[in-house]
Design a protein around this ligand. Sequence first.
Ligand code: OSB
Ligand code: MG
Length: 369
Amino acid sequence: MKIEAITLRELQMPLVHFFETSFGRTTTRRILLVTVHADGLEGWGECVAGEAPYYSEEYIEGAWDVSARYLAPALLGKTLQSGSEVPALLARVREHRMAKAALENAVWDAEAQEKGTPLWKLLGGTQREIACGVSIGIQDSHEQLLQKIETELAAGYQRIKVKVKPGWDVEVLEKIRARWNGILLSCDANSAYTLADSDRLKDFDRFNLLMIEQPLWSDDFYFHARLQKQLLTAICLDEAIRSARDAEAALELAACRIINIKVGRIGGFSEAILVHDVAQAFKVPVWCGGMLESGIGRSHNVALSTLPNFTLPGDVSASKRYWKEDIIEPEVEVSPQGTIAVSDKPGRGYELRKDLIEKLTVRKEVLKN
Ligand code: OSB
Ligand code: MG
């Protein structure tokens, strides 16, 4: 396929309920979508960068700029067979993984359509059904959090993850465990602690958590390895793992026992598959994380989650938890057993609601050679 044009667009989508982590609260997502136009096909990708550089250094304005100025021009006019050829073409630009992932994944999306294959099969997926958990943000009160957990458990989700930070941690976990002793429960600190908090983190051991996600600095393996030695609870790295090389280094150091794979953070499907493979070789399970994506990113997360070593429930949950109306059809729906069945349709398996996408678009730029 010859890449004839690339469209960048920003959508603004208000969340049904605010989402708060240790680094801040989001009420409306500003979402950068890219469309790759090739041989009459349209491949779509989503850049998961936040509105501000708080989760990582990437943010929507920066991602837009680097995409328009450097990344899209490196693809325009090129003839490609596969999404797997994209990383080499973008390699001259350092980092900017979320911006790169949107473009690479759009090419995979087009490739799946061109080959008439479901995207998940093209990626090497083997599971026809994926297990779903939910990520629940920091709330205004403990009561509000407990109510949310109750709703999600009733909906069938297989694992509850709560966000924690100093001041919203032990007491919260105590209350959850007092009410639901047996559920699969984990927590995510988004780098809110330091080694000075080791005793507090050790205290988390009494809650029988499936994992503690990214307790320490977003760029660290070494001190996570030190902390892991002191904890019974498994550490899962999110922010710190940006490549297969990172995964290998972290696992060799025993900095974690579980990895959260986010295709945006890792820079695209090709590298995400490599991270999956490294973890598998170390017999370390992975799961698919989320970044409050619209249906496009969500459908790509569903496809990635079908790879064999995605053995823990992911943060891949129903569209309606985030959006009044999602931009795909059907929306992502989760069964009462907390699973999503993958589609055998060619491509991403979900149609686009183009009228709604246009309606939500606040900025658009078409790039051509
Ligand atoms: O750390 O997993 C995270 C959302 C934004 C930024 C970081 C994270 C999250 C989530 C939400 O936990 C996952 C989802 O999309 O449901
Ligand atoms: Mg996380």
